[in-house]
Design a protein around this ligand. Structure first.
Ligand code: PRX
Length: 571
């Protein structure tokens, strides 16, 4: 689509000369923004919380503006320091130390953020889990990480496996609960008894901080391992891309169970000491506009799937609210439709800045910067310090307009350092020093990158990444299902929806009731967002001679596309 280019935004952003910044930039130049610059010993929690709490001008500033349909709370930087100190002391009391994995499985809440920083303060590794996960999803992650401790709520405890987790010593419960099981610890009781001060564990830049599980096209979800050093990039992009200033009220709509909700829902804003809005509860256009207006949000980071729903809600809805404080909008997670950008120009009189990155990359890499023109449909250009290109399967760089693998030159601060328990998997992402993203794209003659699709079978539904293998594995656990093949099917609002093809075991017959039951089985066993919206019963599932499900073929059939090479198809 040939859409008009949108000129660079006038404003108070720090990065004004992109080309020059790219030529002269080195990551070392960011280091002087941190307290560890001299000592080399670091802790992300100190930089994001305590440093501001130690500053008399900042300590009473609101750090967290939390609201959900039934709760509203404000925490200053000083509050957040105290609460995270207390939690660090609770963890220490139960023997948690540097390098241990401590997982969080709960809805967004002030306690989440206090616990999260408490974990980091003792040098442990935080593993946030999305609250909608069901038992299997929780089990896979706790097993693989060998988490020693889990923080959850009595409600969600039902989805925490009672067996098969030998490493899990204690479960901290936030909220009233009656069971007096030895393994359970009461958050409130422990926090009341804990001291306000703690010793921060000073670690090395390369020490672990965070494990985010994410899906690939094969195997169980993998633990993407991030280190404290990532803060360099969280800080730099918070400045250049989010354009954060001292008095900003910032809202990132992502849940901290996903990487956007940590890198840009926690680290980037708090490294810059801005007021961070967290809104719990479900999405609705009115609720979101209300949140933007009520808190006078100035910088807003959200996702195409939500923006598309806001577009559908129409102009009448947005016009009910006073959004005059808003000055900068960003998007991530899936392709940002040019139509949405056009609508943003009308509805907010603002550009919407697409940003591209992944769980694995830890922070933004290719972005639309305030200082650059926007070409609607393009993800933008690599930030200073990042070299991006398009390569073929042999690792050769391709000229402009040729589609290929989107790849990034190895060596940026926020890159994952390994895949937990599977360093071989980590190494498999690289070819000739390039990190191969799994996305296909091309670049134009001016260096703008244009996303084309995933090269593997990973599904992106409403901005959430789902591995087909996980869903297939769950499907075949159902007694009626013999085989399953799962694909992403394009959908106007959700990007993709999950479609499953199954064959049935003898004695079962296709019916709507059975299909409903199977869908429900995935929903309650794995997670709602992984449940197939469409389910089709077939006589066979196409497979290669070596027994691999040919998802590509299923997809071509579904979409009425040419089937391509089927020479490996089993008879
Ligand atoms: O396919 C790309 C898509 O989301 C994938 C990464 O998903 P995840 O690790 O869950 O991280 C999402 C948020 C960082 C990418 O490989 N993706 C992400 N951003 C964009 C995108 N696709 C198109 N345009 C984007 N801006």
């Amino acid at each position: 689509m040939d859409m008009e280019k949108i000129p660079a935004r006038e404003g108070n952003h720090n990065l004004k000369d992109y080309e020059r910044a790219r030529q002269t930039f080195s990551w070392d130049s960011i280091k002087s923004n941190f307290s560890w610059f001299e000592t080399g010993k670091v802790n992300m929690a100190f930089e994001a919380v305590d440093r501001h709490a130690d500053n008399p001008d900042k300590k009473d500033q609101t750090a967290l503006l939390f609201s959900s349909p039934d709760r509203e709370e404000k925490l200053t930087f000083d509050d957040l320091r105290r609460e995270s100190n207390k939690f660090a002391n609770v963890l220490r009391k139960y023997g948690i130390k540097k390098g241990d994995r401590v997982f969080l499985f709960m809805p967004r809440s002030p306690e989440f953020y206090a616990s999260f920083f408490g974990i980091i303060k003792v040098g442990a590794i935080a593993g946030p889990l999305f609250e909608a996960f069901m038992e299997q999803a929780v089990r896979d992650r706790l097993q693989d990480s060998e988490a020693r401790m889990l923080i959850t709520t009595p409600d969600l405890l039902k989805r925490v496996p009672q067996a098969d987790l030998p490493a899990l010593e204690k479960i901290i419960l936030i909220g009233e609960h009656e069971e007096t099981v030895d393994q359970y610890i009461n958050y409130k009781v422990e926090m009341e008894a804990a001291a306000n001060e703690t010793e921060i564990e000073w670690v090395d830049l390369e020490d672990g901080m965070l494990l985010h599980y994410t899906s690939g096209s094969t195997g169980k979800p993998k633990g993407v391992y991030h280190v404290h050093n990532a803060m360099l990039q969280h800080y730099a992009t918070g400045d250049w891309v989010l354009d954060l200033k001292k008095n900003d009220i910032y809202w990132c709509t992502a849940d901290p169970g996903w990487v956007t909700g940590t890198s840009y829902g926690i680290f980037a804003p708090w490294l810059h000491g801005v007021t961070n809005v967290v809104r719990g509860g479900r999405f609705s256009p009115d609720d979101w506009y209300h949140t933007l207006g009520k808190y006078s949000v100035t910088v807003w980071y959200t996702a195409p799937t939500a923006l598309r729903k806001l577009v559908s809600a129409g102009k009448e809805t947005v016009e009910k609210y006073d959004l005059s404080a808003l000055r900068h909008i960003l998007s991530v997670g899936e392709p940002l439709n040019p139509e949405v950008i056009t609508w943003g120009l009308k509805a907010f009189e603002l550009r919407i800045h697409d940003t591209w990155w992944m769980t694995e990359t830890g922070a933004q890499l290719i972005v639309n910067l305030p200082c650059l023109e926007i070409r609607p449909g393009s993800m933008g250009k690599p930030i200073p310090g990042i070299e991006a290109t398009i390569i073929d399967n042999e690792g050769n760089e391709l000229p402009p307009y040729q589609m290929g693998n989107l790849a990034i030159k190895k060596g940026w601060p926020s890159m994952m350092r390994t895949v937990w328990n599977n360093h071989g998997k980590y190494e498999s992402y690289f070819i000739h020093g390039w990190y191969v993203s799994g996305d296909s794209a091309y670049k134009d003659e001016d260096g703008y990158f244009w996303f084309q699709g995933r090269l593997d079978d990973v599904i992106n539904t409403s901005g959430e990444r789902v591995g087909p293998f996980e869903v297939e594995s769950k499907l075949i656990e159902h007694p009626a299902v013999a085989e399953a093949g799962v694909i992403g099917k394009p959908h106007p609002e959700r990007g993709e929806i999950i479609k499953a093809f199954i064959t049935l075991n003898d004695g079962y017959e296709d019916s709507e009731a059975l299909r409903d039951e199977i869908r429900q089985f995935v929903k309650t066993g794995l997670s709602a967002h992984a449940a197939p919206r469409e389910l089709e019963v077939r006589d066979t599932i196409p497979k290669t001679r070596s027994g691999k499900i040919m998802r590509r073929l299923l997809k071509s059939w579904e979409l009425g596309l040419p089937t391509g090479d089927t020479s490996t198809l089993e008879e």
